[in-house]
Design a protein around this ligand. Structure first.
Ligand code: UD1
Length: 360
């Protein structure tokens, strides 16, 4: 059986790592890794391969950054050539980035079975490029692996046969569990002069938050207020950094300790050591849920509702009052209790690979 595994952007790397190492246990599986090159900076890509011990990609499409249409089209043109040459039985895609839909669409039109990891998540916000990528990828996938049971309802509502859907848990948690001990060896806290549970960790990169000057300015104002109570450390995404420069907001960000994007182990160490996390990321809502670290998600919605209903996440949007009142609750020790969702147990990739073998 030949499987091409696809990665492109930063959040893909931690999802593919445990799947590839599980596949390597079976001699009947020949697995190839294709990197589309959607993310290419050392600290957005290569450092994850090193930290997570992912084998070097067999093929790199080197597409780089561009508008959605150009990026998606470039990936499709290059990945189609790979499919023609390699003739895989399956193409496995993860998550919801442009590389996910581009490669899924190529494969499906060539009659190759598509596997989608992290299927069925929905924010119901079609202004998010990821929501479009998720819906379209799920429509054409043959095997859909879900991380939470709500996803099954979403997929059924879109007419997807329950026979294709498999509830296996969360591969992001597999890799987190595998690396927890290792990440504790990181000396990032010392390097940044941070003390355990005496700082907050921030990530911010969604176009809806950072691509408008007014919105970004408003968020930075709230963050400045928080930083009067507890230091904030901010590994800044290149998109956000570009926008801060473009909008002339460098002064506004001075109270926040900005640092370049980090590798997986250093970043996980910062999450583990933090008092709470402020984010607009998807995956971080899940990681904090597993670690039971309070997470305030600065978005109006989430495609990962279990992190709020069961986990340690609260969707606070960008409303200053809501954010600040939750920060007060955390700092006074009155934040909600949380649990770890079903099957977030480190065995998702094992279940996935067994299901693929059964399907073949
Ligand atoms: C992409 C994903 C998003 C994910 C995020 C994680 C899509 C539609 N979006 O958004 O779901 O949460 O990755 O990071 O696929 N850039 C660099 N170096 C890099 C990569 C990007 O400088 O290695 C800069 C470029 O200016 C680029 C911009 O960041 O134009 C945005 O990159 P892009 O891949 O288009 O989207 P992200 O915002 O990273």
């Amino acid at each position: 059986m030949k499987i091409i595994n696809v990665v492109g952007a930063r959040p893909n790397f931690m999802k593919i790592a445990p799947i590839i190492s599980e596949m390597k246990k079976y001699k009947e599986i020949e697995s190839l890794l294709v990197h589309t090159g959607q993310h290419y900076d050392e600290n957005m890509s290569r450092s994850f391969f090193d930290d997570l011990e992912i084998p070097r990609p067999d093929i790199n499409l080197n597409v780089g950054s561009a508008s959605h249409a150009i990026q998606t089209a470039d990936i499709m043109i290059e990945f189609e050539k790979v499919c023609f040459k390699e003739k895989p039985d399956y193409v496995l895609v993860v998550g919801d980035v442009n590389s996910t839909i581009a490669c899924a669409l190529d494969a499906k039109k060539l009659g190759i079975k598509v596997i989608h990891i992290e299927a069925g998540l929905r924010s119901f916000d079609m202004k998010m490029p990821e929501e479009i990528n998720r819906i379209l990828t799920d429509q054409i996938a043959d095997l859909l692996f879900i991380t939470e049971e709500d996803a099954k309802v979403n997929l059924s509502n879109e007419g997807i046969s329950p026979k294709k859907i498999h509830f296996v848990g969360n591969v992001m948690i597999d890799i987190l569990i595998q690396n927890l001990r290792k990440c504790k060896k990181s000396n990032i806290l010392k390097a940044l002069a941070l003390k355990e549970k005496e700082y907050s960790l921030l990530t911010l990169h969604r176009p809806s938050n950072v691509d408008s000057k007014e919105k970004l300015q408003k968020i930075l104002q709230t963050l400045n207020e928080i930083s009067e109570k507890i230091p904030i450390v901010f590994p800044i995404h290149p998109r956000t950094e570009n926008m801060v420069q473009k909008f002339g907001l460098s002064e506004k960000i001075k109270c926040i300790k900005t640092i370049p994007p980090l590798g997986y182990l250093d970043f996980m160490r910062l999450i583990v050591g933090s008092k709470f996390v402020l984010t607009d990321s998807g995956g971080i809502q899940e990681e904090t849920t597993y670690l039971k670290i309070p997470c305030l998600t600065m978005r109006e919605n989430t495609e990962r509702p279990i992190t709020e209903f069961v986990g340690s996440n609260v969707i606070v949007g960008t409303d200053a009052d809501k954010i600040l009142s939750n920060v007060r609750m955390i700092l006074s020790g009155n934040f909600k209790n949380s649990k770890i969702p079903k099957f977030w147990d480190g065995k998702a990739s094992e279940r996935i690979v067994k299901t693929i073998l059964d399907d073949f």
